[in-house]
Design a protein around this ligand. Structure first.
Ligand code: 4NP
Length: 162
């Protein structure tokens, strides 16, 4: 019997620490990249920490997204859950610390394949998207540049493997 469409739709979750700076920008950049490729995928983001649950993205992240034509003010932070490991095909960490934390809580035999975002960008493998929270506007611009390059590469990989 044919599977319903939602069952076959690829799903990707981006995870940072607070879900107010890096992963919302990665989510937004991935939505743009998927749209450009004509990829119909589920995209979401979450944090390993719970300090900002329910909050909109940091104003500096919203401003960075706006400078690149994307509105993220309606996003709301949430914490990653054990259920996410079965809801998503791919869970992609913004840095190695969050990747280690995800590996530590991944339930045995769950569905998600974990990876580091910059492992998808040739020449940047094994490196972190730096946390811009305690820095200045320039850090958010660098963050946008990194997440948009990496999500474009990821979308191209997913398109080839579709
Ligand atoms: P994010 O940045 O992980 O990129 O969302 C942070 C946001 C908040 C905190 C740390 C990092 N914090 O400690 O509250």
């Amino acid at each position: 019997m044919a599977q319903p469409e939602y069952a076959s739709k690829l799903s990707v979750l981006f995870v940072c620490l607070g879900n107010i700076c890096r992963s919302p920008l990665a989510e937004a950049a991935m939505r743009e990249a998927a749209e450009r490729k004509g990829l119909d995928i589920e995209i979401d983001s979450a944090g390993t920490g719970d300090w900002h649950v329910g909050h909109p993205p940091d104003r500096r992240a919203q401003a960075a997204a706006q400078r690149h034509g994307v509105e993220i003010g309606h996003y709301r932070a949430r914490q990653v859950t054990r259920a996410d490991f079965d809801r998503f095909d791919r869970i992609i960490a913004l840095d190695r610390s969050n990747l280690r934390n995800l590996q530590a809580i991944q339930p045995a035999n769950s569905r998600a394949q974990l990876s580091l975002l910059l492992d998808h960008l040739l020449g940047h493998e094994g490196t972190d998207v730096a946390d811009p929270y305690y820095g200045d506007e320039a850090g958010f611009e660098t963050c946008w540049a990194e997440v948009s390059a990496a999500t474009a590469a990821l979308a191209a990989q997913l398109w080839l493997n579709r």
